[in-house]
Design a protein around this ligand. Sequence first.
Ligand code: FAD
Length: 535
Amino acid sequence: MTSSFLLMTFAICKLIIAVGLNVGPSELLRIGAIDVDGHFTVHPSALASVSSDFGMLRSPEEPLAVLHPSSAEDVARLVRTAYGSATAFPVSARGHGHSINGQAAAGRNGVVVEMNHGVTGTPEPLVRPDEMYVDVWGGELWVDVLKKTLEYGLAPKSWTDYLYLTVGGTLSNAGISGQAFHHGPQISNVLELDVVTGKGEVMRCSEEENTRLFHGVLGGLGQFGIITRARITLEPAPQRVRWIRVLYSSFRVFTEDQEYLISMHGQLKFDYVEGFVIVDEGLVNNWRSSFFSPRNPVKISSVSSNGSVLYCLEITKNYHDSDSETVDQEVEILMKKLNFIPTSVFTTDLQYVDFLDRVHKAELKLRSKNLWEVPHPWLNLFVPKSRISDFDKGVFKGILGNKTSGPILIYPMNKDKWDERSSAVTPDEEVFYLVALLRSALKDGEETQKLEYLKDQNRRILEFCEQAKINVKQYLPHHATQEEWEAHFGDKWDRFRSLKAEFDPRHILATGQRIFQNPSLSLFPPLSSSSAASW
Ligand code: FAD
C-alpha cells in the first residue's frame, strides 16, 4: 500500500460515525468516521479480493469498503452505523469466501467485514481443558482451532472435510463431515455464541441465555447476527487414524452397510463414515482420491464393475499409540459385518491431524496446476433415505452419464443428532444422505467439463427430484425466489422470518444470501414478481 493510500484509508476510518446517521453509505464513507481499533480499507486489491468467492460463478461486484475488525465492538460500531443510517446499507461478514454463489458479498453499496484475513488483535483461541471447550473468534479458521487445541491434547469433535473454512462460516450453515452421524453437525457442538445483531447490539446467547437467537443463528445463513465468538466442545484428541476404503458394485448393499455403520453408537464403531460415487475411472485417482495413489493405484477394471457405477465406502477408526494392537482387532470385527467386494480393501494409517487436513494437500496439488481457482458449480443436497435408491437410478446411473468433473460424495446422517430448534433444514426422515456434487469447470476442457454443461446438469438434477417428488433440501442453499426460500425452510419459515424482524429488522446482514429484500437497497436483481408482491 502506498503512504498516500494509507492516509486516505485512515481518513475513512475516522469518518463515518462522527457525521451522524442521516446520509447514505457513500457519503458516510466520504465524510464520516467510524472509530474502530481495526481498520477500513478501500484499496482496490482489498475490494477485488472480497468481491469474488470459491464458486467463481458470479461477476465480481466490489463493495464500498472492507472492514478488518479487531474486536466484536468494531463490528458492532459498523453495524450500528449501517442500521442507523437513512438508507441502511448492507454489512456482510466474510469468512474465508468459500461460498459458491456470492453468499458473503455485500453488493455495491455495502461493507464487507473480513472476519479472517488480516485480523489485527482479534482474540486467540482460548482453551479451557478443565471445562473441555475452546472459545474462538468467529473468523478463526478451523485448522487454527485444531492446532491450538492439540497443544492441550484436545480437539473439536465434529468437522468439515476441509479445514480452511471459518468457524462463523460453517456454523452459519451446519458444518458436516463423516463424524456427523455420531456427534451431529458442528452446530450441535456449540455451547455459547457472541453475536452482533443487525441493530449493532453485542449479545451473548446459549441454551440458557437468549435461546431463540442462539438456535436461530446456528444454521441461520448469517441472517440474524455476525458471530464474533463461539464456544466449541472438545474431546481428547486421538493420535492416529486407520483409514479404510472399500468398493461396492451394488448401491443397495453399499447403502445398507453405510446405514448399518451409522446406527452404531457404542464403543466399538467406526469414527467417521463417508463414501463416494465412481462413474468413471478418471475419478478414482482424482484429487479426493489421492489416497489410492501413487503407492496404491486402482484399476477400476480389476474390480469387475463391467463399466458401470461403483461406490466407495470410506471409514476411519481413531486410536492412540498405546492402542495400536487392539485397533487391528477392532477394525477386523467391524469389517466382518460389511459386504464390500472382498478384493477391494485399501488401508492407510496416518496421524489424526494429517487425516483431518487431507483436502488441503489436494488443494496444494490443484493450485500447482492452476486448477483450484476455476468455477465450481457445486450442488449439495440432503436426500431422504427412503428415496436414495431412486436418486441413484435417476442421477448417478442416469443424468451424470460417465463423466463427472469432480468428486461426488454420499453419506448418511442421523436426524436425531441435529437440533430441530436450529435454523438448519434437513429432510423429514430419521436418516438422510448428503449428496455433494463437487465439480470444477474448465474453460478449455471437453464439453462435459464446461461450466454451462455442469450448470445445466445441476438444473436437470433438481428438476428430476421435483418431478419424482424426492423431497431434497439443499445444503449451502441457493434459491432465486421468495417462494423457493419459503419452501426450503418449510415449517421453519415463520420462525426464521420473525427472527429476522426481531434481530435484523432493516435487512442489513448477509444480503448475499438473497433471502430477504430491503426495498431501500437495490443491491441485487429483484426476485420474481410474484415473490416481490409478498414483500
Ligand atoms: P463464507 O463463504 O465467507 O461465508 C458464508 C456465509 O456465512 C455468508 O453468508 C457470510 O456472510 C456468513 N458468515 C461468514 N462468517 C460469518 C460470521 N462470523 N457470522 C455470521 N455469518 C457469517 N461444508 C461442510 O459443511 N462440510 C465440508 O466438508 C465442506 N467442505 C468444503 C470444502 C471446500 C474446498 C469448500 C470450498 C467448501 C466446503 N464446505 C464444506 C462449505 C463451507 O462450509 C461453506 O463454504 C461455508 O460458507 C464456510 O465458508 P467460509 O468460512 O469461507 O464462509
